[in-house]
Design a protein around this ligand. Structure first.
Ligand SMILES: NCc1[nH]cc(CCC(=O)O)c1CC(=O)O
Length: 304
């Protein structure tokens, strides 16, 4: 019997995602014995500062990648939006699972919409992308940094520390957290992060047997739209700490890509929309990024 060890973060969401991948692998390859290797990462441990402050691309990945390089694990499972967009020399992304709900959700105690909340109400998020889009449309609100796992954040809403939260729908759905007062945040007001809602499997670069085995988990449609979204981020040299959104959809074989770069206070919002054949996915992403830069994105980025 072949063995496959999967490195995973220890949060409930990470364990759910990894168990989900493990089950898919067992379904496709009954001859493989799949086990989990749970690890802590710096992104999980440092909770009193924002991700932008503790910095470093791939904060949630490093420990899992180290485990693969040291031979403690064979593959790792990640939320794609936490994976830096520049291609890595040491690792390959072997499978992109079908995209789940890509939206952000607005969550309150009583069902208030952003318009309903009185001036100065506190909205918890640690994401500059969520902050800038929220303030662009609802400048009367105040954003406070809230980190930690989904349960920790919801507890801060329930205790009154914040009046609203913005969280990824996919995370809440995977944890089967069924809150009453949730509202989807959607385009054109709200665009998701590149990669939001997509689980990805990583392995050591060029490991052909592993790549082949994981091919059966890969969703081609998701892969193509992710190429477009991630090319936007890569071209801007960014990561999830940037006030940058990218959202691609397929219409037949055409990709529609929207990208948005905004100043953290929401005062300036730049939008790019491009469209083209799916075989051009990466080019579309670069084109959208260049359009953002030409519209004034260079200045926004220099101020972050
Ligand atoms: N940044 C943390 C993170 N990474 C992936 C998800 C949710 C799952 C996903 O988007 O695939 C979350 C939580 C959140 O943003 O609310």
């Amino acid at each position: 019997m072949k063995k496959l060890r999967i490195a995973t973060r220890k949060s409930k969401l990470a364990l759910w995602q990894t168990e989900h991948v493990a089950q898919r692998i067992r379904d496709h390859h009954p001859d493989v014995e799949v086990t989990l290797v749970p690890l802590s990462t710096r992104g999980d441990e440092v909770l009193d500062r924002s991700l932008a402050e503790i910095g470093g691309k791939g904060l949630f990945l490093k420990e899992l990648e180290r485990a693969i390089l040291d031979g403690e694990a064979d593959i790792a499972v990640h939320s794609l939006k936490d994976v830096p967009a520049e291609p890595s020399e040491d690792f390959d992304l072997a499978a992109f699972l079908p995209r789940a709900d890509w939206r952000d959700w607005w969550i309150t105690r009583d069902g208030a919409t952003p318009e309903d909340l009185p001036p100065g109400s506190r909205v918890g998020t640690a994401s500059l992308r969520r902050q800038s889009q929220l303030l662009a449309r609802f400048p009367h609100l105040e954003v406070v940094t809230v980190r930690g796992n989904v349960q920790t954040r919801l507890a801060k809403l329930d205790s009154g520390e914040v009046d609203a939260l913005i969280l990824a729908a996919a995370g809440l759905q995977r944890l089967e957290i069924d809150r009453e007062h949730t509202l989807p945040l959607e385009p054109p007001t709200f665009l998701p992060s590149a990669g939001q809602g997509v689980i990805v499997v990583q392995c050591r670069a060029g490991e052909s047997r592993t790549l082949e085995m994981l091919q059966s988990l890969n969703c081609r449609d998701t892969f193509d739209i992710m190429c477009a979204e991630r090319a936007v981020v890569a071209e801007l040299g960014g990561d999830c700490r940037m006030p940058l959104a990218a959202f691609a959809r397929l219409d037949g074989d055409r990709i529609l890509l929207e990208a948005r770069l905004a100043s953290p206070d929401g005062g300036e919002v730049l939008d790019a929309r491009v469209e083209g054949d799916r075989s051009e996915a990466e080019n579309l992403g670069r084109k959208a990024a260049r359009s953002l830069l030409e519209q004034g994105g260079t200045r926004i980025l220099s101020q972050i």
